[in-house]
Design a protein. Structure first.
Length: 299
């Protein structure tokens, strides 16, 4: 049974002082993921496993014609596979039915408190009683991380907090390879990570190229190709931006070119990457702010 989310009264002092980022990010709808991957309660458990693996998610909302019925998680699936010689069954037989939900108009602070006080990583979001979105712990972190950005003397965002720069959207913690990485290893990383390309860097993290899916496919189509190194097939001419560059310039570049992602540099060194998907997610979560700033910075 889905239960409406409520703030715990066990720690009222903590709850009263808890704050998140000010401005537009105050309600569930401001950060919710509206592209929900769900599964019907009559579907096979193996279908649920396939979806979890394919989308790299830890839980699936379970629905039927009446709405949200439960959640099936990695933990549910692992227990099922470990405890029994599992040969079949439908999702509805193994899902968790006692779940907390929130409305898309609910306060983000309530959701943060809920995810902090419980072991689950995500909560379903409803609109008029119907499942419309999901909010995860990662969504909350992503939406509020700029509160903890170190204050630098040259940081223009301190004086102009509305400027949208590459650093506000870029993804850090990148997978990279060197010129001397075996091509086979690059293939492994691209296939396992379901990514379209890998930045190629030197020992100082300076960008020297990119090895992309297209580069690999070109290699596969060459009947004379032999095992070699990344430097043998990488693209050396790479478009990049600085982390202080305008997000709108980057968006314009990704719209008008065939590549899907842009390396982001800080003082000449690779520090992040921005993909079309990153910008789409940012726009969906910050519509009003994005478009108000776009109108001031037309390209």
């Amino acid at each position: 049974m889905a239960t409406k989310g409520r703030l715990s009264a066990d720690n009222p002092a903590h709850t009263a002082t808890m704050q998140l980022a000010p401005g537009e990010i105050t309600r569930a709808k401001d950060i919710a993921q509206y592209s929900v991957v769900s599964i019907n309660k009559n579907a096979s458990v193996y279908d649920a496993i396939d979806l979890m693996v394919k989308h790299n998610i830890t839980g699936l909302p379970v629905v039927d014609d009446t709405g949200l019925r439960g959640i099936i998680s990695e933990k549910d699936v692992l227990k099922l596979l470990y405890d029994t010689e599992f040969t079949g069954g439908c999702v509805g037989d193994y899902m968790t039915t006692e779940i907390l939900t929130f409305d898309e108009e609910d306060d983000i602070v309530d959701i943060c408190q809920c995810l902090m006080s419980n072991n689950f990583r995500r909560v379903p979001v409803l609109s008029h009683g119907k499942l419309v979105a999901i909010i995860t712990r990662a969504d909350l972190i992503r939406a509020n991380k700029n509160r903890f950005r170190p204050v630098l003397p040259h940081d223009i965002t301190m004086a102009h907090p509305n400027f949208l720069l590459a650093r506000h959207v870029m993804t850090c913690g990148l997978l990279t390879v060197s010129r001397h990485t075996p091509i086979y290893r690059a293939m492994e990383l691209i296939a396992a990570g379901d990514i379209t390309g890998l930045p190629v860097v030197d020992d100082e993290m300076k960008l020297v190229g990119i090895v992309s899916e297209k580069d690999i496919i070109n290699l596969l189509c060459d009947p004379d190709a032999k095992p070699g190194l990344v430097q043998d097939c990488m693209t050396r001419e790479v478009v990049s931006f600085d982390w202080d560059d305008s997000l709108f310039e980057i968006c314009h570049c990704l719209i008008n070119n065939n590549f899907r992602r842009i390396p982001i540099l800080e003082k000449g060194k690779l520090t992040g990457i921005i993909s079309r998907r990153d910008i789409i997610i940012y726009i969906m979560q910050n519509r009003e702010h994005f478009f108000s700033q776009r109108s001031k910075q037309r390209i």
